[in-house]
Design a protein around this ligand. Structure first.
Ligand code: NAD
Length: 356
């Protein structure tokens, strides 16, 4: 197949990890006979410096015309002054809004070889394979805000239509996995959560009768996630709860550098990025972990290009590399030699195989 991918490397370690993601895409194209046009575009702090805009018009129109967007990370101390008029992170929010990506997917899989890398006990995290589906464009982050000297208000609002469409995304994904959907809310206190629970129950009953649906209060979910994380398959959350719980869940895997994410809208186009930031403390040293970016490339292949076999081949190559001890410094056991970013990318590419 032919596909066009907009590549927004961004700042800090962004370009370093994206370079490995792109080498994997090239390797997949060669192995499976595809033609991927990869279009590098200015974005984030780098684009503030070059275009006085974190999301230049040229970048946005190329993203709109692409089949998928692959993104590194944005930000850094040079653009973080309190009085700064332009911020790299603003580019991210504008991009998500412009592409209408309302569903954030964050898979958390604990690789067999890395159960020891987590701060939790290996027997608790071993075998964890869960997927968060977080609503990304509604709720308290986007409601009316007010503040005066004595009082501040943030309004949390959801429409039934917003809840229906995110439930459908989670329902379809649960059908492709272990068919268990856990919806997280605070229905004992919040009206938005009561609507969330009602709409979610209705959509699942009508459209996904083959799924097992359970509702869990957010406080109980936070506890359950570190007590028995293997119990979960797909977790559906509104925006604020998802923001908090996905960071908690990231720690099950041991390092921020391992985890991918996807932002999806109504169509097939999505934005794919590792969950970590630009890591200014290690940028430029060639030691960043590229696995989160490479696994984001796998999500891109699966969700935007509908290339499931290619996605699985890449995921298996990462699993094999980790199993053979190919570790960057964030996950290497003390006393062992850590791989560079480039060597870790190489370790994946050398293990890529066509299925069968
Ligand atoms: P961070 O994720 O950049 O780094 C946190 C810690 O994790 C650092 O010690 C870093 O070295 C380490 N780390 C992160 N990714 C790693 C990788 N791939 N390999 C090895 N170690 C890794 O978070 P931060 O330090 O809070 O933020 C730095 C900048 O990134 C800020 O400007 C922030 O706004 C931005 N940020 C951007 C995004 C994004 O682009 N989506 C997300 C989060 C933070």
């Amino acid at each position: 197949m032919k596909a066009r991918v907009a590549v927004l490397a961004g700042d800090g370690i962004g370009p370093e990890v994206i370079a490995e993601g792109l080498r994997c895409l090239h390797a997949i194209a060669e192995l499976f006979g595809h033609e991927f046009e990869l279009i590098p575009l200015p974005f984030g702090g780098a684009a503030i410096d070059s275009h006085a805009d974190p999301l230049p018009e040229r970048t946005l129109s190329a993203c709109r015309a692409a089949d998928a967007v692959l993104l590194g990370a944005v930000g850094g101390p040079q653009w973080a002054a309190p009085q700064a008029a332009l911020r790299p992170e603003e580019g991210l929010l504008r991009l998500r809004a412009a592409l209408g990506t309302f569903a954030n997917l964050r898979p958390v899989k604990v690789h067999a070889a890395l159960a020891d890398a987590s701060t939790l006990k290996a027997e608790v995290v071993h075998g964890v394979d869960l997927l968060f589906v977080r609503e990304l464009t509604g709720g308290i982050y986007f409601g009316d805000k007010h503040r005066d000297a004595h009082r501040a208000t943030d309004v949390c609002s959801y429409t039934a239509a917003e809840i229906e469409r995110i439930t459908r995304v989670a329902g379809r994904l649960a059908q492709s996995r272990r068919r268990r959907l856990t919806s997280i809310d605070k229905a004992n206190v919040l009206e938005t959560s009561r609507l969330w629970r009602e709409v979610c129950t209705r959509v699942v009953a009508r459209e996904f009768p083959d799924l097992t649906l359970e509702h869990v209060l957010v406080d109980a979910a936070a506890m359950h996630l570190i007590r028995a994380p293997r119990d979960f398959d797909v977790l559906l959350t509104e925006n604020l709860f998802g923001d908090i719980l996905t960071d908690e869940a990231a720690m099950l895997a041991g390092s921020l550098g391992l985890l991918p994410s996807a932002c999806l809208g109504e169509g097939r186009r999505g934005i794919y990025e590792p969950i970590h930031g630009s890591a200014p403390d290690i940028a430029g040293r060639g030691i960043a972990n590229p696995y989160g970016t490479i696994l984001s490339v796998a999500l891109l292949l699966r969700h935007s290009l509908e290339l499931g076999a290619e996605a699985a081949a890449l995921e298996q190559a990462v699993e094999a590399a980790l199993g053979d001890g190919a570790r960057t410094s964030d996950i290497a056991p003390a006393g062992t030699r850590a791989l560079s970013t480039r060597e870790a990318g190489e370790a994946v590419i050398s293990r890529l195989q066509r299925p069968g």
